[in-house]
Design a protein around this ligand. Structure first.
Ligand SMILES: [Zn+2]
Length: 140
């Protein structure tokens, strides 16, 4: 069966986001968990923001990669997003509850959450809508 154009466009987009996430992950600051995570956030206008997890010796102050990317983007005036890809080489990095809530605040009308890891040297990506990961979200 021929893949649809939509599938091809999404596959290419996800591959590009994954490449960006793989480059960004070198900036992860994770001396305590040794579990690097990066995130690539795409604004509705197509601007790209990266983020990494930033740990702290006072563990509660640690910030996830997704929220780092969102806060960078919002602080530069971008508040609506179409996609985020979250990447961790060691295991599939499903976003935590706090990040799901922050993402829901700034999700555009169509918002896709892609999670990616490397398994047996092959990238593995899963894609979800926000509603799938945060049903019945708290909102204004
Ligand atoms: Zn999180």
């Amino acid at each position: 069966m021929e893949p649809s154009n939509y599938y091809i466009i999404m596959k290419t987009k996800i591959e590009q986001l994954l490449k960006t996430a793989e480059l960004a992950i070198s900036e992860s600051y994770c001396p305590y968990s040794n579990f690097p995570v990066s995130a690539v956030l795409v604004s509705e206008a197509g601007k790209i923001f990266t983020g990494v997890n930033i740990e702290n010796s006072s563990f509660g102050l640690t910030n996830c990669a997704e929220r780092t990317a969102v806060f960078k983007a919002v602080s530069e005036g971008y508040t609506k997003f179409s996609d985020i890809l979250i990447f961790a080489p060691k295991a599939m990095p499903y976003p935590c509850g706090a990040c799901r809530q922050v993402l829901s605040e700034f999700a555009g009308e169509q918002f896709n959450i892609h999670v990616a890891t490397i398994k047996d040297n092959v990238p593995v990506v899963e894609s979800y809508t926000l509603a799938e990961l945060l049903p019945k979200a708290f909102s204004k």
